[in-house]
Design a protein around this ligand. Structure first.
Ligand code: ZN
Length: 184
């Protein structure tokens, strides 16, 4: 849970620190507004992916299941600026599948907190591996980082790609290639 009072105090200090007048009209409600906003932006911290991945259905199908183009918004923990893009999640079931919306929910759990992209990619893959116990998981994340595009080296449109491959996706290069073709 977000300590609203602490965030409010922190934002006031930040505003003063950058030389703002915290009593001017436009800023009066900003600290409170941001405190409420962080409740949502960091809402994933209080969630466990097993809430979503715990309910499974039996299947005899052992072909790859792919949920692609899951849009996400997260916050980089180094600059507290947004990074956002798409996640593609695939797994090869071993008797169990989940509802497809549950993969998107799982992405949200790990996106809605301060993150680094590499870690988020691993966490999503690990959660699916642990909860579903499939034969393998592959996760690919492509994202634009505001800390790259609005400050620093300013390269708008540049994307960072990370991926994690577990189980059969790690061993079977043909399967990896199939995944890559499907998400391109
Ligand atoms: Zn950053």
């Amino acid at each position: 849970m977000v300590d609203q009072e602490k965030v409010k105090q922190g934002i006031k200090l930040l505003l003063e620190g950058i030389g703002e007048d915290i009593t001017r009209e436009g800023l009066l409600e900003t600290p409170e507004r941001i405190a409420r906003m962080y409740e949502e932006i960091c809402g994933g911290m209080n969630e466990n992916p097993s809430e979503y991945l715990g309910k499974t259905f039996h299947t005899d199908n052992s072909e790859m299941v792919l949920e692609k183009d899951i849009v996400f918004y997260s916050m980089c923990e180094h600059h507290m600026l947004p990074f956002f893009g798409k996640v593609h999640v695939a797994y090869v079931p071993d008797g169990k599948v989940v509802g497809l919306s549950k993969l998107a929910r799982t992405v949200e759990v790990f996106a809605r907190r301060l993150q680094i992209q590499e870690q988020m990619t691993e966490q999503i893959a690990d959660a699916v591996m642990t909860c579903l116990q499939p034969k393998g998981v592959m996760v690919l994340v492509e994202a634009e980082h505001m800390c790259m595009t609005m400050r620093g080296i300013k390269k708008p449109g540049s994307r960072t790609i990370t991926y994690a491959a577990k189980g059969v996706f790690k061993e079977d290069k043909d399967l990896q290639n199939k995944f890559m073709q499907l998400v391109r």
